[in-house]
Design a protein around this ligand. Structure first.
Ligand code: NI
Length: 171
């Protein structure tokens, strides 16, 4: 089931999400499937549960946007445990549509997370995958990518969004 994407301004996006402890819950598996559906419908490469209004530490990533089924990744209770190098590139967020900014991130990261069965695993990725892992892990900590741009740019984005909110053009 496709859920609407929560947009910037909703409290859930800036609130740290809750740890998942019950992996036998059938709702968890339904939620993960819904997150993939919602991410593909929105043409994103990553989605955090907070972006569909659910404050739980779950993120899904697919840097191939559905082209390669083996690229479907689920991260529950993820934590970045290693970082290397730097990359600067354009970044956007489904919750802040219409904006893209240059963001500097680590070029290579190692993430530790649980899969949908509750098993812990580690994964190392670089480039776009590393960027997505950092972006989605940030989401689950209540941090949006605009916190990684200059305060001046951030204020400009916020002002533009406020204007759209007043005009009823922002969900
Ligand atoms: Ni995002």
């Amino acid at each position: 089931m496709v859920h609407p994407i929560v947009k910037y301004g909703q409290r859930v996006l800036e609130t740290p999400a809750a740890t998942i402890t019950d992996f036998d819950d059938p709702e968890l598996h339904k939620l993960v499937a819904d997150m993939f559906d919602s991410m593909y419908a929105a043409k994103g490469v990553g989605l955090a549960a907070t972006q569909i209004g659910i404050g739980k530490r779950i993120a899904v990533v697919d840097t191939t946007t559905g082209e390669d089924p083996s690229a479907k990744l689920v991260f529950i209770n993820p934590e970045i445990i290693g970082k290397e190098g730097a990359q600067t590139g354009e970044e956007g967020c489904l919750s802040i549509p219409g904006f893209r900014e240059q963001v500097t991130r680590s070029n290579k990261v190692t993430i530790k997370a649980q899969n949908a069965k509750g098993e812990w695993f580690e994964m190392t990725g670089d480039g776009l995958l590393a960027r997505a892992l950092q972006h989605e892990t940030d989401h689950l900590n209540g941090t949006l990518y605009i916190m990684h741009v200059s305060p001046l740019k951030r204020d400009l984005i916020r002002r533009k969004i406020r204007k759209m909110q007043k005009l009823g053009e922002w969900g």
